[in-house]
Design a protein around this ligand. Structure first.
Ligand code: UT7
Length: 316
């Protein structure tokens, strides 16, 4: 299979910023607890006229411009999300309309919770191998504030909204990103009820148990990906982690002796944005000049499902 590389990135965050102090007016919490237990200081929440379609389109336009390609060159579009504006049309079809993507391409949403972006990246690699157009648009976008339980202090302080996009290219001879994906069906630890159910569609999470799962899943994914692509930790220029909790990242980097200049946290600014979290890290890294042409990144994600995933991706 021919591999994909990242050619461009973009992001769009809602205007409204919600601080820990703001949340302390809603539930019994405080800035000190949130900062020390999660690393989060503020997050963005969708308000007013903002939508997933609008944020995704802005992020995607930036990514296309950054990649130096036009909408008509896109061969497939996937939006990783668990909070589209509407179930039908999908967020990807809304994006297709907004951007004027070609009609003869697949556009669809993918829900693998916080691992969604990695699932989408792998799916895109498979799709582009068979597509006549060799550029793909992968977006991670979430409106988690809409499904947040504002009475549950254990979860409502965690989540943020936002969208980020990458344009990838698939070329003959490029190695595969070596994605490793997995899941095991669990409806106890992390769930959001669906439309058919009596319960309101709000996030429920047993945080401590999910934390334990995450600190086992992340190293497992890292080891499997490196083994699959025949690389070592030293071959990686930058480590990109799903931003669920700063303590999870700290534990993993300590275990692998990863130096501070090789990983990055933006959870303090954005909170946990589920499927948007990894592309938000990627676009921040490009914006800050920390990665660029030739950089090799190891991406690791985990979340509801329970799901997990990893991939070794190069920037073109
Ligand atoms: O993105 C998908 C994957 N998600 C994750 O990976 C999330 C993983 N989990 C976590 O990040 C952490 O488990 C949380 C941040 C959600 C919670 O942190 P924790 O250290 O596991 O706290 P806890 O739930 O065990 O609660 C410890 C104490 C409790 O009080 P008592 O029973 O010890 O008196 C909670 O009631 O902290 C209390 N607490 C709070 N106190 C102030 C829980 N939430 C808050 C709060 N403010 N917001």
């Amino acid at each position: 299979m021919n591999g994909i590389k990242i050619k461009g990135t973009g992001q769009c965050l809602p205007q409204r910023v919600v601080t820990n102090e703001d949340l302390a007016r809603i539930v019994e919490t405080n800035d000190e607890w949130i900062t020390t237990r999660t690393g989060i200081q503020r997050r963005h929440h969708i308000s007013g006229e903002e939508t997933i379609a609008g944020l995704s389109a802005a992020a995607a336009r930036q990514a296309l411009e950054n990649a130096g390609i036009t909408a008509d060159q896109i061969g497939a579009c996937i939006v990783a999300t668990l909070t589209p504006d509407t179930l039908v049309p999908s967020a990807a079809c809304c994006l297709q309309r907004e951007l004027g993507l070609p009609n003869d391409i697949p556009c669809f949403d993918l829900n693998a919770a916080c691992t969604g972006f990695l699932y989408a990246l792998h799916t895109m690699e498979c799709l582009l191998n068979a597509a006549p157009r060799k550029f793909g648009l992968v977006v991670g976008a979430e409106h988690l504030s809409r499904i947040t339980n504002w009475q549950d202090r254990g979860t409502c302080i965690l989540f943020g909204d936002g969208a980020a996009a990458v344009v990838v290219e698939c070329r003959e001879g490029w190695p595969s990103i070596g994605a490793v994906l997995g899941s095991h069906g669990d409806d106890q630890l992390l769930r959001v009820p669906g439309v058919e159910q009596d319960e309101r569609s709000l996030i429920y999470m047993e945080g401590t148990k999910v934390f334990k799962f995450a600190i086992e899943a992340a190293p497992w994914c890292m080891d499997r990906v490196l083994e699959k692509v025949g690389k070592t930790v030293d071959d990686v220029d930058f480590f990109v982690f799903h931003q669920a909790n700063a303590r999870i990242i700290d534990l993993v980097v300590r275990r692998y002796h990863i130096p501070p200049e090789k990983y990055y946290k933006n959870i303090q600014e954005y909170g946990n944005t589920s499927a948007a979290s990894i592309p938000l890290v990627l676009s921040d890294l490009v914006r800050l000049g920390k990665v660029g042409s030739g950089s090799r990144v190891l991406i690791v994600g985990f979340g509801g499902g329970l799901t997990w995933g990893g991939a070794y991706v190069e920037f073109e």
